[in-house]
Design a protein around this ligand. Sequence first.
Ligand SMILES: Nc1ncnc2c1ncn2[C@@H]1O[C@H](COP(=O)(O)OP(=O)(O)O)[C@@H](O)[C@H]1O
Ligand SMILES: [Mg+2]
Length: 243
Amino acid sequence: MPPPAIRIEDVSFSYGEVRALEHIDLEIREGEFVALVGPNGGGKSTLLRILLGLLEPDSGRVELLGRPPEIGRRAVGYVPQAVHFDRDFPLRVRDMVLMGRLGTGGTRRIGYTREDHARAEDAMRRTEILHLAERQIGTLSGGQFQRALIARALTSDPRILILDEPTANIDQRSESDIFELFRALNARMTILVVSHDIGFISRYVDRVACLNRTLLCHETREVDQKVLERLYGMPVREIAHRH
Ligand SMILES: Nc1ncnc2c1ncn2[C@@H]1O[C@H](COP(=O)(O)OP(=O)(O)O)[C@@H](O)[C@H]1O
Ligand SMILES: [Mg+2]
């Protein structure tokens, strides 16, 4: 049996006094498309940081494709939360996407190679933003900017794509379009997508993992009302009203 794409074994983590994750167990097979959902502050980004080897768990361990994160993450395309980007910075879409090629070459080099450019073009084509290549990133819509971030992550041809709240600040129609894109990408790679909002995403994914410090469910795409109430700490009717 090949190792799972992602293996999280009994992981706990605290930031000082703040217990962010408690005894998390989760395995994601190669080829799966999994959503990690839960309220703000539930520990989703923390779990991703541990997966990528940016934080060390207090106990437990994680593996990517059977390897420790420092090695396994070379096979990962990571799309951080878009809110952390300064979009006023003058940068063309093409150049931002090309940055995904930095660090893939092994040796230090000056300028991009022909292959780097070809990979960037291919990534922009797959995410349907090739026509925006010369635009400044500050002029893009939320959905277009998100696609540019995804394109950047695709330039290293990852086996696993991990995205942190990729549709947090975009309208519902662009959100569905982006999930259609994930579905197409899923034919070639494992996908783990984080969302604070369970919304409609269970329609697109194979499984939903519910995280609020502990993992409340992860076996199917169905999330029952009891779990939802425990997850968001309020009656489901109120959750529905927030949409
Ligand atoms: N750098 C940090 N220092 C201290 N506490 C943090 C830090 N980052 C996150 N936390 C806390 O850890 C918990 C989980 O946060 P986070 O993983 O960002 O949740 P989510 O991504 O689900 O919104 C929250 O209580 C948050 O306040
Ligand atoms: Mg987060």
